[in-house]
Design a protein around this ligand. Structure first.
Ligand code: NDP
Length: 331
């Protein structure tokens, strides 16, 4: 078995030196536990936060500790009647080839209903984040013009497509390369998209949304948030889902400088955490899985092979190497 441990806390942008790749014995399940051979593991932006020694909604990884996160695997050994070898399960002990998990902490998944990888992506946590963040947090309604940043990523790509399918007047996305911008417009049906590296975000957004925006789904923060506030229409709503532009910051970053506009525009700015919305998971899957199966919703995955390349996959995620969900295939 092989696992990845946090070797040292990063200061700023993490590097491979922050991770230890360790070969271990295959662990043995105790009563009530399963031995799972992981097939896919997720790397997520939130893991960057857990590498810091800072209090947040998820506890920090300890230095020397095996990292964790979403994974889908095959049950190899079970001490519990409800699970048999060959079953597939979703659980939270990623970053390792083999996991011993409590049976109470896994969810059975069915690879014949949808590819196993999708339980970590479009039909999993990022998918629910997009669904709840758009429909609940932002109170999206037909006729809204929606802007989403990080639009070619796992969350953002679904936000834009859901908004289109549910009757948005116009959907605009930003991403970090010309190829991603092309993908948003030509493959995913966004009305407009721009590369935030090409010039000031405020100017590019204003050109893409000449009549302003009603909803901003923020995955990036910083300059993007300031630009969105400037383009917001009266009674606009902002879902603050992520601020990836700040996760590697080593000092306090300047706030949007135009917060005063919140008053006259009567804006609502709301943070959201997907873990408050698990009660919507069934509704989300029954609504979105058929749209994925029919191809009305498209999803991409960027798959890196091998546990030893998991750190590289994670570092790539932070620098935009992925289109859609970034995953590591372990077997
Ligand atoms: P993505 O698949 O979107 O991958 C991250 C992307 O962020 C990269 O591909 C890169 O794309 C972009 N990025 C990196 N640095 C910057 C930067 N400085 N400025 C702009 N874009 C940048 O990840 P997820 O879909 O998993 O997550 C998207 C966001 O949602 C993150 O902020 C994450 O923290 C948040 N999130 C929040 C949850 C919650 O409960 N609140 C749950 C899940 C995710 P590019 O090439 O375009 O730069």
């Amino acid at each position: 078995a092989t696992e990845i441990r946090l070797a040292a806390r990063p200061h700023g942008v993490p590097t491979s030196a922050n991770f230890d790749i360790v070969d271990t014995e295959i662990p043995v399940p105790g009563a009530g536990q399963l031995l799972v051979r992981n097939v896919f593991m997720s790397v997520d932006p939130a893991m960057r936060g857990r590498m810091n020694d800072a209090k947040s909604y998820a506890p920090p990884f300890a230095v020397g500790e095996t990292m964790g996160g979403g994974a889908v695997g095959e049950v190899v050994e079970s001490t519990v009647d409800a699970f048999k070898p060959g079953d597939h399960v979703l659980h939270q002990l990623g970053w390792r080839t083999h996991a011993v998990v409590d049976a109470t902490k896994v969810v059975k998944v069915d690879g014949s209903l949808a590819p196993l990888s999708t339980y970590l992506g479009v039909l999993g946590m990022p998918g629910l984040t997009a669904y709840a963040g758009l429909l609940v947090t932002a109170e999206f309604k037909p006729g809204d013009t929606v802007f989403v940043s990080g639009a070619a990523g796992a969350v953002g790509s679904l936000v834009g497509q859901l908004a289109k399918l549910k009757g948005a007047k116009r959907v605009i996305g930003s991403a970090g390369s010309a190829e991603k911008v092309r993908h948003l417009v030509e493959d995913l049906g966004f009305d407009a998209a721009f590369n935030y590296k090409d010039g000031p975000v405020a100017q590019q957004l204003a050109e893409a949304a000449p009549e302003g925006i009603d909803v901003y789904f923020d995955n990036v923060g910083g300059e993007h948030l300031e630009a969105a506030i400037a383009s917001m229409n009266l009674h606009g709503r902002i879902t603050v889902c992520g601020m990836i532009s700040q996760y590697n910051a080593t000092e306090a970053t300047p706030a949007p400088r135009n917060l005063v506009q919140i008053i006259a525009k009567r804006l609502t700015i709301r943070g959201m955490l997907v873990l408050d919305h698990w009660s919507l998971q069934q509704q989300f899957v029954s609504e979105v899985a058929p749209l994925v199966a029919s191809g009305e919703i498209k999803y991409s995955e960027t798959v890196v092979d091998g546990i030893r390349n998991a750190p590289e996959a994670f570092l790539g995620l932070l620098s935009g190497a992925n289109t859609g969900k970034m995953l590591v295939r372990l077997s």
